[in-house]
Design a protein around this ligand. Structure first.
Ligand code: HEC
Length: 236
């Protein structure tokens, strides 16, 4: 009788120990995962101070709205009733509503593949949208889990291409990397689908390639054409 009772107690103590150890491991794993998933941002080589780090959700990178747009010199505001954040810098006006894939950019409705979310009281928005809406070059530094944003990359041809695609508002009609309109075809991967030569001919005069095309003829100069094609070729 006595021996059995001791055994029971031992079994209980053993089980409690296993439980505590398991819980400890789970907590550790959760902390490690949160650290592993945090995403940092630099702008032109400067680290941005983020009160809430960015994160990757279902393969899409989300970054803190206010910190980034303020660093870019935009005016930022938040309408709690409409659950909408606004940014404005010159012609670039942006309105994003929490949980919604529909975004207003320069007065046009476009779509994003990842809706904005609130994390710890801060709004996180899709990085690719930010980059395109503001004409930024993006590099992902996997080792440091850092998104490197540049207002003007060192490759001047590429920098000019990004700027033109931004200024002409190609994103109003075309989705690029998950953000944009649906009037024209999705340009994600366009650099893999078409040769430089084809893209050059197309942009020079779309109607000469496809009669009745709704793609505008921007009357690009040769230098501008080369720059835009350089950028489109990076969309692999
Ligand atoms: C007003 C809307 C609109 C704007 C702005 C616009 N496009 Fe287009 N684009 C289209 C449409 C529509 C097509 C499909 C062409 C057709 O009618 O056959 C197209 C086709 C293309 C194609 C061919 C893609 C394919 O898969 O066939 C490329 C490349 C392209 N556009 C690049 C651009 C670039 C770069 C810009 C900005 C400089 C731009 N577009 C701006 C509407 C637009």
């Amino acid at each position: 009788m006595r021996a059995t009772r001791i055994n029971h107690r031992r079994v209980l103590t053993g089980a409690a120990l296993v439980l505590i150890l398991t819980l400890g491991l789970l907590v550790n794993a959760a902390v490690a995962r949160a650290e592993e998933e945090a995403v940092y941002v630099t702008l032109d080589g400067r680290s941005l101070l983020l009160d809430v780090p960015g994160q990757i959700r279902e393969g899409r990178t989300l970054v803190p709205f206010r910190a980034i747009f303020e660093a870019l010199g935009a005016d930022v505001s938040w309408d709690p009733m409409a659950q909408t954040v606004y940014a404005e810098r010159g012609d670039d006006t942006l309105a994003l509503t929490i949980g919604s894939r529909v975004v207003e950019w320069r007065g046009s409705m476009i779509k994003v593949d990842a809706p904005p979310v609130i994390v710890d009281g801060r709004t996180l928005v899709p990085l690719r949208l930010v980059a395109q809406a503001m004409g930024l070059h993006v590099t992902w530094n996997g080792e440091e889990r850092t998104v490197e944003l540049e207002t003007s990359p060192a490759d001047r041809n590429l920098a000019r291409g990004i700027q033109i695609v931004h200024d002409k508002g190609c994103m109003v009609c075309h989705t690029i990397n998950g953000a944009g309109g649906q009037i024209g075809p999705d340009l994600t991967g366009v650099g893999a689908r078409y040769s430089e030569e084809w893209l050059h001919t197309w942009l020079e005069n779309p109607q000469a390639v496809r009669t009745g095309s709704r793609m505008p003829n921007f009357r690009f100069t040769d230098t501008d054409l080369t720059a835009v094609v350089t950028y489109l070729e990076t969309l692999q």
